[in-house]
Design a binder for this molecule. Sequence first.
Ligand code: 16G
Ligand code: ZN
Length: 550
Amino acid sequence: TQLFDRIAAAAKNYPKPADVKFGYGTAGFRTLGKRLPSVIFSVGLLAVLRSQRFHGKAIGVMVTASHNPEADNGVKLVDPAGEMLEQSWEAYATTLANCASPAELVEAYKQLAQQLHINIGAPASVVYAADTRPSSPELIKALEAALAAFGDHVKTNNIGVTTTPILHYVVKATNDTTGEYGEPTIEGYQKKTAAAFKTLIVSTSPGTTDLTEQGNRGPLKPLPVDCANGVGALSLADFAKHIGDLLPFKPLNTQLNKEGVLNYQCGADYVKTKQQLPPSVAESGLLNHPDNRGASFDGDADRLIYYYLKGGKSFRLLDGDKIAVLAALFIGDLVTRAKLTDKIQVGVVQTAYANGSSTKFIKSRNIPVTCTATGVKHLHHAALNYDIGVYFEANGHGTVLFSDDTIATLKKTEPESPDQDRAIKHLIALSELINQAVGDALSDMLLVEVVLAHRGWSAEEWDAGYEDLPNRLVKVEVPDRHIFHTTDAERKLTSPVGLQARIDEAVLKVEQGRSFVRPSGTEDCVRVYAEAATSSAVDSAHLRAELESY
Ligand code: 16G
Ligand code: ZN
């Protein structure tokens, strides 16, 4: 009861704004930063419960609004293995966040603990971090106020200002009982990632200068990286110190203390939705050489988009689909060279937004493809069904998961040739380079660089595999998006009745047509996607679908 009094007293400083209904959506809570203190306070309570549920394992809390405007902020919980919060708990988060008074909050918290049979006096551990938004320090204070109400049996670890994927890494590493995953610190992440990258780029065996197929290419060409004026700029600068000139970076959009610049006219989301270079990147002139490639992070560095100028002129996007194809084919080749195709199956997980050409291309290479609903948790879950699961959303969020059995197989296989030996070592190093918890712009970028270096490819050669179908994505504000229900991984509508038939009809009229409508999980709108063999066809298909969705 003392605990309840302390929670109620602390909660008084974080009153819930009266006019809002909060919802824990696809990416946690997200809205204007100044509306969030009460929400963050309630998330602190839930994080403790969640940790107690797992006998005191560490739970993560990340304060960020990713690619959203600077005035927004958000919060999401990270489960012990470094994954997104289990879906069944999202409703609990929503319940606590909408309590109108401290008394109501304490009551809801008490009931929840009872319902879940959780001993509220048990030990707990919470790891937290924030991105660079101006509202983040205030929100972290609200979180700390909630955690402080518990006293000593709740261990807290503030890792400071860092990227979303690094927080996920630290949570996973904190809970790793084998001690093999890596040190549970930001520095531990940097060291682990740098070591794996070096293994993949430079030889560690005496007598050879590298481990690539085509001989030593020396240091890689400088890589311009648009950091969206976000926290990725910090992690990148930090990482660069660990690898010397092995891969020289040209960081762009790295202003962390200037108001109004976060995600503004830059970053992965800007590039993907506008299908053009950020003006700052264009002006830098760094992409003018046809051999050059550039990369953009989003505001919390969990999304990555590549691009280049074909012939030094025309913009070409290398999005999540292109990255998935690059990674899956490379890893597939390594598995073949490791002579493990009978034991290790590589598969790709996409969403309905994946360009039809990418899906077709992957299947043509005999790699299985699964389609899931939008949102990282769905892709992540499906990727676990493969021995090596490559998952990417077209928007650049994704990673590659290696199952425990796969790692064990790799470690116990006795190689019979130097090439097989090399392939096995490379697969193990890739599993260490690639963030196993969540999509990670920095580590995904290093993955891309490794593949390009090993293949000896420029961006244009990477791009040459398949040609994206022309496509459009628009949002439509409808009176009530909740009447839109989908099935088949969001590719078909079941309601409003009749609408799907009309979409099907429109799509049939155009070559290679495909279109779907789904309610957004993050905004009050529905999204309409369409693709077709030609640009003019896609316009007519999308227009019809859009009109019909009203
Ligand atoms: C969230 C998801 C992202 C998804 C997007 C779709 C996470 C961490 N993020 O940002 O994966 O692409 O929502 O938004 O799951 P929408 O539902 O508004 O289209
Ligand atoms: Zn993000």
